[in-house]
Design a protein around this ligand. Structure first.
Ligand SMILES: O=C(O)CCC(=O)C(=O)O
Ligand SMILES: [Fe+2]
Length: 282
């Protein structure tokens, strides 16, 4: 593979107004010239597709050859109505798992480890820049690659046989510090801004970044996590890969990340929705 393209080091200057104002209202931005080689994305999406191409039985099987148990889901098992159902399938793979992969020549594992190393490097830079702007202690992002709760979510969206009655992914905010998304060119991601849903246009090789609940809490509400959803594609499949940068479970923000995650999971089970940060504010 050719050497890494140069990273645009003046990235931080664009974080000044009015860009920063946008983030404060809950925003998503796209990063180009991030230094990740095109081939890394091509290889990752190729392995991603092969994984989803396995039979349903294989994917739900208890002991899946490359991955740990229970990392696969189809739809939303807690949904109590079609409006709460996500018409998509996904694999969750934590950094803890990825960093334990041995270099045994397995294509899937080598590719995923390489991808995560690259994406963590970009995530580190973005978190530090965003954190500096709002005086967040850089200790939270000292070594993102060591944050074992961070995870990749591989998403596959299918053309929805129920028309527009169902979401590809139901409206939600991410629990992470930030989320970095690679997506193909199909589109379907939307975010809520001023009460309206707005489509996020995919750009080739751009990374889409959004603020999650934990950065909203860390920045004391200066940055806002953004509510987003995915509309299922009309007649093709869509793939995306999200990297969620998450703190250690015991990290104290004003609550611990574990408390936040467990409460969110209980809320989703009981109400079909994640109540979110508002529950933790005094
Ligand atoms: O697939 C997308 O565009 C968004 C994925 C997403 O929001 C998520 O995985 O949390
Ligand atoms: Fe999300």
């Amino acid at each position: 593979m050719a050497s890494r393209p140069p990273f645009e080091t003046h990235f931080s200057s664009i974080l000044e107004t009015p860009f920063r104002d946008q983030l404060q209202k809950g925003g998503v931005f796209q990063v180009v010239n991030h230094g990740i080689h095109k081939e890394v994305f091509e290889m990752m999406f190729c392995e991603d597709k092969k994984l989803f191409d396995r039979s349903f039985n294989e994917k739900v099987r208890e002991k899946f050859s490359d991955l740990s148990k229970n990392c696969y889901r189809w739809g939303n098992p807690n949904a109590t109505s079609p409006a709460q159902y996500s018409f998509s399938e996904a694999f969750h793979i934590t950094l803890a798992e990825i960093s334990s992969y041995s270099n045994d020549g397995n294509n899937f594992r080598t590719t995923i480890a390489m991808y995560v190393q690259e994406i963590a490097r970009v995530a580190q830079m973005i978190c530090e820049i965003l954190g500096n702007q709002v005086n967040v202690n850089s200790k939270y992002f000292e070594n993102i690659y060591a944050l074992q709760n961070s995870f990749l979510r591989l998403n596959k969206y299918h053309p929805c046989v129920f028309g527009s009655q169902m979401f590809g992914l139901v409206p939600h905010t991410d629990t992470s510090f930030i989320t970095i998304l690679s997506q193909d060119q199909i589109g379907g991601l939307e975010l809520k801004k001023n009460g309206q849903w707005i489509g996020v246009k995919p750009y080739s090789e751009a990374l889409t970044v959004n603020i999650g609940d934990m950065f909203q809490a860390l920045s004391n509400g200066v940055y806002q996590s953004v509510r987003h959803r995915v509309i299922p594609p009309a007649n093709v499949e869509r793939f995306s890969i999200a990297f969620f940068v998450c703190p250690y479970h015991e990290t104290e923000i004003e609550f611990s990340f574990r408390e936040y995650k467990e409460q969110s999971e209980r809320d989703v089970k009981e109400t079909g929705d994640k109540v979110g940060l508002s529950r933790f504010l005094i």
